[in-house]
Design a protein around this ligand. Structure first.
Ligand code: SIN
Length: 484
């Protein structure tokens, strides 16, 4: 299958340190599989602590020369990287679908989305402004500098093997940091392809390093304990985020954590139902439900509950499942563990009174291809109300009043994304202000873009990615007090 990739340079299976492709010090490799049929795509060098240490050294040594380039010089290299990614969009998308499973259309979208962070931060690189402050004494002048934090460790997830890397490393590189990327063990190939294009774009040796591993705990330990790593940015589960936070305490690293969500999707009586159905489909079933911002709980107001359910279920019936390389809307789940979770949550919900109106089972036996599912009559007692399903299952709840649904929506430790549909301006402002979430989509199910600050509150983490806010996370503030 990997033969589908036309530009063979994009198929890399070693670690990337100092712009060189290397075997792991142990000589070990691990297998990368296609989640659709479990066929082997290739074997990749398996980094351990020694390789990770070497990557940190490389990044640390590269820092001095990289950060003294002008913003314009760094911007030009980032721009070349962006251009190369766009030129190779089709191959990168195919590679992404092969290792991750999402439909090719979505993979093409992810490559463009990922590249847009590089384009955005290539421009932002030139706009890192400090400050001057009126002095506190007649002979004092106060100046504030913004400087790169230093070596950055980027720990990225399998659900967006391309865009979650660029969203972290583009701002880091733009301001003059060097990076060590640890991609998820299920999807290292997209990260390595990005590294190859970075090398072609002209990043100096050591500025970008990639350490694929089948043992993320071991590599994570080295990254979090190293005093040379000054910042860690992680996207993934809340449980792992909490562990990394503890591990980083020893060296007091700057942190950005983009953790799990439990997004409410609220539909008020005065909504445009057709539009709400489309938004719910887009938000719930993107990447087969495997995004942190996917609608996890759909709340529908009583008067339109039946009508919404009928239209939603009929739209879900029309979604095609299959290999991401075919013309489908839903690809496989990433692995058996993900499938087991979906089955467990669904079983629990059915035992507690939920009704499966559509789907509820595998589309093809012995695969992880789960049918898009609608679960009516969901309640707060179900495990699915508190856990991120990360699969194509849409639990639908009934509610009566605005206050009631705000309480239901906020009844979670997560606070990443929320959505609602309605047309009353007063209610729109009230709900937008009272939802305890970092991002709120109003009359839209799609909120992700490089120009807006992506990130959560509560146990969904902190730090922002994208937009002018996304660059702050890679800067430190230094104040100069000059006596004249
Ligand atoms: C995520 O699932 O973590 C990212 C989704 C997005 O960027 O839209």
């Amino acid at each position: 299958m990997i033969e589908l990739i036309k530009n063979k340079q994009l198929i890399q299976n070693q670690l990337f340190i100092n712009n060189e492709w290397l075997d792991a010090e142990s000589g070990n490799t691990f297998i990368v599989k296609n989640p659709f049929d479990q066929s082997e795509l290739t074997e990749v060098s398996d980094c351990g602590p020694v390789d990770t240490q070497a990557a940190i050294e490389a990044a640390s040594n590269a820092l001095g020369l990289w950060k003294i380039l002008t913003a314009g010089e760094r911007s030009a290299i980032l721009r070349k990287w962006f251009n190369l990614i766009i030129k190779n969009q089709e191959d990168l998308a195919t590679l992404l679908t092969l290792e991750q499973g999402k439909p090719l259309m979505e993979s093409r979208g992810e490559i463009a989305y990922g590249a847009s962070f590089i384009e955005w931060f290539a421009e932002e690189a030139k706009r890192i402004y400090g400050d001057t402050i009126p002095g506190h004494q007649e002979n004092k002048r106060i100046i504030v500098l913004k400087q790169p934090v230093g070596v950055v460790a980027a720990l990225t997830p399998w659900n967006f093997p391309n865009a979650m890397i660029t969203r972290k490393v583009a701002p880091a590189l733009a301001v003059g940091c060097s990076v060590v990327i640890k991609p998820a063990e299920d999807t290292p190939l997209s990260a390595l392809a990005l590294a190859q294009l970075a090398k072609e774009a002209g990043f100096p040796p050591g500025v970008i390093n990639v350490v694929p591993t089948s043992n993320p705990g071991e590599v994570g330990e080295v990254l979090t304990s190293s005093p040379k790593v000054k910042k860690l940015s992680f996207t993934g589960s809340t449980a792992v985020g909490k562990l990394l936070m503890k591990q980083c305490a020893g060296t007091v690293k700057k942190l950005s954590l983009e953790l799990g969500g439990n997004a409410p999707f609220i539909v008020f009586n005065d909504s445009d139902i057709e539009k709400a159905v489309q938004g719910a489909i887009a938000s719930k079933y993107r990447n087969a439900g495997q995004t942190c911002v996917c609608a996890n709980r759909i709340f529908v107001q009583e008067a339109i509950y039946d009508q919404f359910l009928a239209q939603f279920t009929s739209a879900v019936k029309g979604l095609k499942t299959g290999s991401g390389l075919e013309k489908v809307e839903i690809g496989p789940l990433i692995n058996q563990k993900a499938l087991d979770k979906v089955n467990r949550l669904l079983q629990d919900a059915e035992q507690k009174g939920g009704k499966v109106l559509e789907g509820g089972k595998l589309a093809i036996k012995d695969t992880t291809l789960f049918k898009p599912t609608v679960l009516a009559d969901a309640t707060a007692e179900m495990d699915i109300s508190q856990e991120e399903v990360f699969g194509p299952v849409a639990p639908v709840y009934k509610f009566n009043t605005v206050q009631e649904v705000i309480e239901m929506a906020n009844d979670t430790s997560a606070g990443l994304a929320a959505y609602f549909y309605g047309n009353n301006n007063r209610v729109i402002w009230q709900v937008a202000e009272e939802l305890e979430y970092g991002m709120v989509g109003i009359n839209t199910g799609m909120i992700s873009t490089a120009v807006a600050p992506f990130g959560g509150i509560k146990e969904s983490g902190f730090g922002r990615e994208g937009s002018k806010y996304g660059i702050e996370d890679y800067l430190v503030t230094k104040y100069l007090c000059l006596e004249v």
